[in-house]
Design a protein around this ligand. Structure first.
Ligand SMILES: Cc1cc2nc3c(=O)[nH]c(=O)nc-3n(C[C@H](O)[C@H](O)[C@H](O)COP(=O)(O)OP(=O)(O)OC[C@H]3O[C@@H](n4cnc5c(N)ncnc54)[C@H](O)[C@@H]3O)c2cc1C
Length: 399
């Protein structure tokens, strides 16, 4: 260790400046609780990474009522339903009618812009573009974060509570000894081939399409940029596909007697998103608490990843606030169990949506027809539709 390492003292040290880390930092600061965030990417790299896009009503309330920003209401789009499309026919699920709630189409980049601006505005201490992050002394009363800042200066943060909000590839979870955590995970035999295209929206709301050729999701970003995905093999190379091949594949997955046609435009981003369901249990080791993707990941079909990260933060914030107010560690001790209750519900929902909507390449006739029977059961039954609508828009209350 260099003698020049500078020690910083704070109450809560947060690794990761994604939605979970920045939202927690904002809430803590609003409650007068000192915290420092370290983030390995620079502001621009995070702002330009395209990821999630659907916010539950509870996530929207966190941004607006939590004092981050109202931009989600002015720049986002409220969606009151989705289409489930199978056998070439669309069936709208009307969320307002079914459960009296909506979701908002508001890209994760914009969530980041709002959160980062709120931290700037309120004088928050967020160190971007750090390297060499390490967490240590997790079982002591003073856990620590070591990092090198963007200028090459070395730091050590001494805190009382350390939060790992560093996503699925971060260092915090990996710092928990294997014998002190249970890794629950499954992999899926498919991935999403995703595109961003400069085109007008093909539909006013998201279309989740099931077809013999596999799943497709027709979603939107803005009036001029659209996001679409289709189920692909996890080994697919997106660069091997021409624009025409991509559009033809997408179109075939939504073809139907109604003549629905996608609005095409130039494709400016192609990605392959591999699926995995993962839960770390417990979400705690000593004074390290995991939140968001650092503790769990879901396949994107249920649009739960970002929302679940914010739901963790709601629970963790309450626990830290109670601890800092001198009410003891009771809520901190209960954090993992409480957060995991919602996590497992969301895991089930994401798994269910994924398995119901995707088509296995080796599916037998029986399996294919059973899957269509399942979809028909959901849209034909008010109870089935309401289950999906409630889970998709977000279960009420805290976990
Ligand atoms: C390509 C893609 C598409 C997705 N699409 C959807 C979708 O459509 N719907 C949906 O609901 N979810 C989607 N997700 C998931 C969603 O984006 C995540 O669930 C969400 O970002 C979780 O937020 P988080 O703050 O927990 O983690 P992250 O957003 O991953 O933030 C973690 C942060 O920690 C930083 N970090 C990592 N390691 C270190 C380190 N050593 N030191 C310092 N900082 C570090 C990272 O740079 C990152 O900024 C998608 C994810 C990906 C990757």
């Amino acid at each position: 260790m260099g003698a020049a390492r500078t020690v910083l003292k704070t109450t809560v040290g947060i690794v990761g400046g994604g939605p979970a880390g920045l939202m927690l930092s904002h809430l803590l600061a609003s409650a007068g609780i000192d915290n420092i965030v370290v983030e390995k990417r620079d502001h621009e790299a995070i702002r330009t990474t395209h990821r999630a896009g659907i916010l539950e009503h509870g996530s929207v309330r966190m941004l607006t009522e939590g004092g981050v920003s109202n931009r989600v209401l002015t720049h986002g789009h409220r969606h009151d339903g989705i289409d489930l499309r199978f056998g070439g026919v669309s069936h709208r699920l009307d969320f307002q009618d079914l459960v009296g709630e909506s979701v908002w189409l508001y890209p994760q980049n914009e969530v980041f812009v709002d959160l980062a601006a709120a931290r700037d505005r309120d004088g928050g201490d967020v160190r971007y573009a750090v390297s060499g992050t390490e967490v240590l002394d997790l079982l002591t009363g003073t856990p620590k974060i070591r990092f090198t800042d963007a200028d090459g200066a070395e730091f050590e943060i001494h805190c009382e509570i350390l939060v790992g909000a560093d996503g699925s590839q971060g260092v915090c979870r990996r710092s928990i000894p294997a014998e002190h955590r249970r890794d629950n995970f499954i992999e899926y035999p498919f991935a999403w081939f995703g595109i961003l295209t400069e085109a007008p929206p093909s539909a006013p709301e998201l279309i989740y399409a099931n077809s013999d050729r596999g799943f497709a999701l027709i979603s939107q970003r803005s009036d001029t940029v659209q996001r679409m995905y289709f189920q692909a093999d996890p080994t697919e190379d997106p660069d091997a596909w021409t624009e025409d091949q991509i559009w033809n594949e997408l179109q075939q997955r939504v073809d139907g007697p109604d003549g629905f046609e996608l609005k095409r435009g130039p494709i400016f981003e192609k990605t392959l998103l591999k699926f995995r369901s993962y839960v770390c249990e417990p979400l705690r080791y000593g004074n390290l608490f995991l939140a968001g993707d650092a503790g769990h990941t879901v396949p994107p079909t249920g649009a739960k990843g970002l929302n679940l990260a914010l739901a963790d933060v709601r629970v963790l914030f309450e626990a830290i606030e109670s601890f800092c107010a001198g009410n003891g560690a009771g809520l901190l001790d209960g954090y993992s169990d409480r957060a995991l209750e919602r996590v497992w519900r969301a895991q089930n929902f994401s798994y269910w949506m994924t398995s119901m909507l995707h088509t296995r390449t080796d599916a037998s006739d029986f399996e294919r027809k059973r899957a269509l029977g399942e979809l028909a059961g959901v849209v034909a039954s008010r109870h089935g539709s309401a289950y999906l609508a409630e889970a998709y828009t977000g279960w009420p209350g805290n976990p």
